[in-house]
Design a protein around this ligand. Structure first.
Ligand SMILES: [Zn+2]
Length: 259
């Protein structure tokens, strides 16, 4: 899920430093440290511009508690991600993780989630985008497409391209679509992490179903622009549940219902 509405432009010049060292195998891909820096910068802007709920709000507490439970199962001893979890007060049915780990849910989505397992599914999906660095890959791909250069020339231009990160604006983060492949990978990662954390993966399928129905109700979720073909995704997740052949624990009703 991504937000596409934040088109306010903030220059990140001077924040990210200029041309940084990129990974050896893809000089166009922003490194982990750059992703964290960029995500934190955009997150700070969002917290200023949006109405972010206080830590005392039960939705924020629930989000952070479920996130802690999921993160506790992830072995990332070398990772430098800096996770944070906030809830924006907005009717938009959306959630997204910025590069590097800053994660935002909208009340429009939080208020529609019936179980912690549904929340865990969305969280697991979003955290997989972070851990697999999907934004950085999408960024590198877009740069290469834009340049339309040969491989050899690309290498020569790579440092120059990365130096443009210094002039990044928020829309670069929000406008880059994830590929179908990355979305499938995020579904799989979400499935695996929520199961490892003791949640019922049916929650992930239920969330997609809820979102599909929201379209029929005339409130198209923002994230649908990036998540087409949801019928197949639901089928795929349910196939994985069958394949697992396990009796998963019952879903945990979210305790702030009736709010
Ligand atoms: Zn996604």
């Amino acid at each position: 899920m991504r937000a596409r509405t934040y088109l306010f432009a903030i220059s990140l010049a001077g924040t990210l430093g200029l041309a940084s060292v990129a990974s050896a195998h893809d000089a166009f891909r922003p490194g982990a440290a750059q992703q964290v820096q960029l995500g934190k910068k955009v997150a700070a802007e969002l917290r200023k511009q949006e109405h972010v709920l206080p830590s005392s709000d039960p939705r924020v507490q629930t989000l952070r508690r479920v996130a802690r439970r999921i993160l506790a199962t992830i072995d990332e001893k070398d990772a430098i991600w800096e996770y944070s979890f906030d809830v924006i007060d907005s009717k938009e049915i959306n959630a997204f993780a910025l590069p590097g780990g800053a994660t935002f849910f909208y009340t429009g989505l939080m208020d529609r989630l019936k179980t912690e397992d549904e929340l865990a599914g969305v969280l697991g999906h979003e955290l997989t985008h972070v851990r697999k660095q999907h934004w950085a890959y999408a960024y590198a791909d877009s740069q290469k497409r834009n340049l339309g250069l040969s491989i050899v020339l690309m290498a020569a231009r790579a440092n120059q391209a990365l130096s443009n990160l210094a002039g990044f604006t928020n829309d670069v983060v929000f406008e880059l679509p994830f590929s179908r492949k990355h979305e499938t990978e995020a579904d799989d990662g979400g499935f695996d992490t929520m199961v490892a954390a003791g949640y019922n993966p049916q929650g992930l399928a239920d969330t997609f179903d809820m979102l599909r129905k929201a379209i029929k109700d005339g409130t198209p979720p923002e994230f649908f622009s990036d998540h087409p073909d949801d019928k197949n995704r639901i089928k795929r997740i349910e196939g994985k549940i069958k394949l697992a052949g396990t009796n998963f624990p019952p879903q945990i009703l979210i305790d702030y219902l009736g709010k």
